[in-house]
Design a protein around this ligand. Structure first.
Ligand SMILES: [Zn+2]
Length: 487
């Protein structure tokens, strides 16, 4: 028996090192290295590749004009939100990661898709649940989409299969070994493969436990080869923990073509499916679902989510269009301004820098004449999110004044602007993405800075605000914002 070979992997980014390191040279994190056994055996079954073609096919250089290019043929799904985040349907041979916290509904989303792909043979591989559990869950799912055609003809077990049927269907395979999965794939020849989840898979080529960095990397690499060589789309479900990411998904993001993130609060009914990376389309798409007792329902009119929270506008509450990394996000902020009964006014901010809050208050006092120095001020960003984006300034300032004056901000109004010391509203980055998000979520008006508009006529075409179906209020000073809001 060969001596087992070990390596150390950064659990944060997947960096591999022959020895333990205190600090990761790739992602600069401390104490992230964990030992993993990666002994490679020579006698195991091959990873993806039928034996006959196991020889590496060498590519030859091709003169560029000789390369024929055709528009990608995409496979539309009956789920419009899903098509949207993929950029118009499933691309053959693509490897798509669906990430999200455990229990958020990733399996439900994918099982629903597997059951509703008209005329397609879908193999759903689960290492998480038994066949019986999946069958029970499938029976609770809603009837097929009205335009989606037929629901796949129930669940079948690949072992029952004698001849290869040409018709579609959803097949369930409870298996965690990639070699066994590929054996079944060769027999079944599915049109679409779903893996639930990548963290449960293990390859015989790697000794370490399922879910470890080296296993996740190896299994993904095998599935990637399978997807590319057979042009079969593969969906991988990957779990992400609440406090950031576990090792797997971070490395996975680099390897796959498309990363979708399924987000939401387990205690709330709405779920958001976001595109984080997409080689075949825009990376800022988002789809919205409602989690019903019997599955996920597409939400075609997203404003219903925001309207359902409150039926009367409240003072001190505003919505800001922020960006988290590359992702646009609409965040509710609340302010409470009240007379200070004691000598020293209290200033508390949750999810926002207190120093920056003092600056906002000083600008409002100096430029707009609100006497905030003698008031208690509390700021809260809902959802427990910490916001670094300065574009939230304008929304917060509006919330403070709304609470101070006890006048609610009009419904479906949101803000994106940074506040300067002289009371000017500064430009924010990616303003069009914020406008698009506000429009997508059903807002009526958005306040943005005048300085976000191109100065001369030459750039006018690049930024055409008339294509938005939302009232864009262009402001340059904080005084202007308040006269527009409160008259
Ligand atoms: Zn690292």
């Amino acid at each position: 028996m060969a001596k087992s070979k070990i390596a150390y992997f950064c659990q944060s980014c997947g960096f591999e090192s022959p020895k333990w390191l205190g600090k990761c040279p790739s992602c600069q994190q401390w104490n992230t290295f964990v030992e993993e056994v990666i002994e490679k055996g020579g006698s195991q079954a091959p990873a993806w590749k039928p034996a006959s073609t196991s020889q590496q096919r060498a590519n030859k250089p091709v003169e560029i004009s000789a390369i024929t290019y055709s528009e990608e043929h995409r496979l539309p799904t009956p789920d419009k939100e899903f098509n949207r985040v993929l950029g118009g349907g499933i691309v053959p041979g693509s490897l798509v990661l669906i990430g999200g916290e455990p229990g958020i509904g990733k399996s439900t989303l994918m099982l629903q898709l597997a059951l509703n792909m008209p005329g397609q043979k879908v193999l759903y591989v689960s290492g998480e649940e038994s066949e019986r559990q999946i069958k029970m869950r499938a029976e609770r799912l809603p009837a097929p989409h009205p335009e989606g055609g037929v629901k796949n003809s129930g669940l079948r077990n690949p072992e029952d299969l004698q001849a290869r049927p040409s018709a579609g269907g959803c097949y369930i395979l409870v298996e965690t070994s990639t070699q066994n999965i590929f054996k079944q794939i060769e027999a079944l020849e599915p049109d679409l493969l779903v893996i639930d989840s990548i963290q449960t898979l293990h390859s015989a080529h790697i000794e370490s436990t399922p879910g470890s960095v080296s296993q996740v990397r190896e299994c993904t690499a095998e599935l990637l080869r399978f997807a590319k060589e057979t042009s079969t789309p593969v969906f991988l479900i990957g779990h992400i923990t609440k406090d950031g990411m576990i090792a797997g998904p971070k490395i996975l993001e680099h390897m796959v073509d498309t990363v979708l993130q399924f987000e939401g609060d387990r205690h709330h009914v709405y779920r958001i499916l976001r595109t984080i990376k997409n080689r075949f389309g825009s990376a800022s798409e988002l789809g919205i679902y409602e989690m019903m007792g019997e599955g996920l329902r597409e939400v075609s009119n997203p404003s219903e989510i925001l309207l359902s929270h409150r039926d009367t506008p409240l003072s001190g509450v505003t919505i800001s269009a922020t960006l988290e990394g590359m992702r646009p996000m609409l965040i509710e902020t609340q302010a409470l301004v009240s007379a200070s009964p004691y000598g020293t006014p209290q200033r508390t901010a949750t999810g926002f820098d207190t120093k920056r809050m003092s600056m906002l208050l000083a600008v409002l006092e100096k430029r707009c004449g609100f006497r905030l120095g003698v008031k208690d001020v509390f700021l809260n960003i809902t959802g427990g999110i910490r916001v670094e984006d300065p574009a939230i300034d304008l929304g917060l300032a509006a919330a403070i004044i709304s609470s101070h004056e006890d006048i609610p901000i009009p419904f479906k109004t949101c803000f994106a602007g940074e506040l300067g010391l002289s009371g000017e509203i500064r430009a924010v980055n990616r303003v069009e993405q914020r406008i698009a998000e506000a429009q997508k979520l059903g807002f009526n008006q958005i306040f943005i800075s005048k300085y976000n508009l191109p100065a001369s006529g030459q750039d006018k075409k690049r930024m055409d605000l008339s294509r938005y179906n939302i009232d864009i209020k262009i402001v340059s000073t904080i005084e202007e914002v308040f006269s527009l809001l409160f008259g």
